[in-house]
Write a protein that binds this ligand. Structure first.
Ligand SMILES: Cc1cc2nc3c(=O)[nH]c(=O)nc-3n(C[C@H](O)[C@H](O)[C@H](O)COP(=O)(O)OP(=O)(O)OC[C@H]3O[C@@H](n4cnc5c(N)ncnc54)[C@H](O)[C@@H]3O)c2cc1C
Length: 445
């Protein structure tokens, strides 16, 4: 069986944000459910753990292993579709499908993802495993759209989980941080393709914070970026339109200029200057805020949700009760000023609907997300370490795919179904075949 596997000796692996390095003993590429099961057997025969890796876009060490790293990039594409009443449809995707493949795959079917995050580099299994989310008070993270999954378990079984097959496991398997087994495929409830009308505006920070709750309720998708040392935000208000709504894309030159030159190219140059000359950061931030120009356009949903990120950074993000956002943002900004830090990258603020997945950061409450970033060229210093307690004090839960220092003992009280999740883990992976350092820290043992 193992002869059919593409097994390579492990080399040094790094995540996208360069915050994690690991040296797996073996790297395996699997292109079918049978090969995934064979990989698990291969690892167990050698007493090694197995860790599926997606696109390596987690800032946390969620995907790190010194055992067998399992790459599922060959397990991609649409495996099945099933229409539902009302226009939605179930689409089964290979676990290694990258989100950037979706416009082509779903577009042919007249479908789209209900919501997406900022980028499309992740795999569907990796994104859902860590609770990846976009913004929108009425919309949950990507994992909330999983209706069925096939998971290869530690004992080599291919377990189907759905509303009718092991339904008790669905709220655990849909968002498991890779701890329960290897997802082979996931079935997502997609919606009919739609257009988004996007409005991006420069606004006063205080006005946006004072109107935060209302703004999140009034818009389909509301978010904003605020630069430390500047009193402005760039707000983004997206309205969902029908598929037949006229598309008014930004001109190609404008789009290239905004996304490539301004948002990424010139901005990364400015960030580089700030790294060498920290005293220049407040001026750079005020300039960046001023350059955040108003623009309005309509496009296919995925083209509006995601943007390119061409420079590297590191990120910590917490999920708070939505009403706690204004106070937490103000406290973070006050701390930055009182400590005299020069922070060049903006703070990103989003929201999401409550959901019932056991380890979802939005479990059981309307949620606001606050993310802080540091350019990859800068030292983290005390920034994340001192901001984290502020977010925790606001009843925050860390994003599983981003940097944080929390452990199982801290996390248990934050998740009402934490122990149910651990029981599911004991049932599906009693020997911790899918374990790693990170899971030991956040789940215990
Ligand atoms: C530039 C950038 C922008 C981002 N934007 C957002 C955003 O807007 N919103 C947001 O919420 N997050 C965002 N993130 C975080 C990112 O979405 C998550 O960290 C996501 O998990 C990365 O997906 P991946 O495919 O790279 O998975 P990886 O990082 O490779 O893996 C993540 C976890 O998934 C597990 N996994 C992977 N494949 C499988 C499988 N087949 N079966 C079981 N487990 C599996 C891994 O073992 C690991 O535990 C961003 C990250 C970056 C770098």
């Amino acid at each position: 069986m193992t002869e059919r596997l593409s097994v390579m000796p492990g080399g040094t692996w790094r995540n996208w944000g360069r915050s994690v390095k690991a040296v797996p003993t073996f790297m395996v590429r699997a292109g079918s459910a049978e090969e995934v099961v064979a990989t698990i057997r291969f690892a167990r025969e050698r007493g090694l753990p197995v860790k599926p890796v997606g696109a390596g876009h987690s800032f946390s060490p969620a995907a790190a292993t010194n055992g067998v790293q399992l790459d599922l990039r060959w397990l991609d594409g649409v495996l099945a579709t099933e229409p539902l009443a009302g226009g939605n449809a179930l689409v089964t995707l290979g676990a290694g499908t990258n989100l950037y493949q979706l416009p082509a795959l779903l577009g042919d079917l007249g479908l789209a993802m209900q919501n997406l995050g900022d980028i499309d580099r992740q795999t569907i299994a990796g994104a859902t495993a860590t609770g990846t989310h976009g913004t929108g008070r009425a919309f949950g993270g990507l994992a909330t759209r999983i209706r069925r999954a096939t998971i290869a378990t530690a004992d080599g079984e291919l377990l189907r989980v759905s509303e009718t097959e092991h339904p008790e496991l669905l709220p655990a398997v849909a968002l498991a941080i890779g701890s329960l087994g290897v997802l082979v495929d996931v079935t997502i409830e997609c919606v009919p393709a739609f257009t988004i009308h996007a409005v991006e505006r420069r606004e006063r920070l205080d006005e946006v914070l004072d109107g935060w709750e209302e703004r999140t309720r009034d818009a389909d998708h509301f978010e904003f970026y605020t630069w430390p040392h500047a009193d402005w935000v760039l707000s983004k208000t997206n309205t969902r339109l029908g598929p037949d709504a006229p598309v008014q894309r930004l001109g190609r030159v404008r789009e290239w200029f905004d996304d490539t030159v301004m948002s990424n190219g010139l901005y990364s140059q400015l960030l580089g200057i700030g790294t060498v000359i920290p005293a220049a950061v407040p001026g750079i931030n005020r300039l960046a805020a001023r350059l955040a120009s108003t623009r309005e356009f309509s496009d296919d949903s995925q083209a509006v949700f995601v943007s390119p990120r061409t420079f590297r950074f590191r990120e910590m993000e917490y999920a708070l009760p939505v009403e706690a956002v204004p106070s937490a943002v103000r406290e973070i900004r006050d701390r930055i000023e009182s400590r005299g830090w020069r922070i060049s990258m903006p703070i990103e603020v989003r929201c999401a609907a409550p959901d019932d997945l056991w380890l979802s950061t939005a479990h059981g409450r309307a949620t606001g997300y606050i993310a802080v970033h540091r350019f990859a060229g800068e030292r983290l210093g005390d920034y994340f370490r001192e901001i984290e307690p502020i977010l925790v004090a606001h009843d925050g839960r860390p994003h599983w795919g981003k940097m944080h220092e929390r452990s199982a003992a801290d996390l248990r009280p934050a998740y009402p179904r934490f122990d149910d999740f651990l029981a599911a883990r004991d049932r599906l992976d009693p020997d911790r075949v899918f374990g790693n350092e990170y899971l030991r820290r956040i789940l215990g043992d």
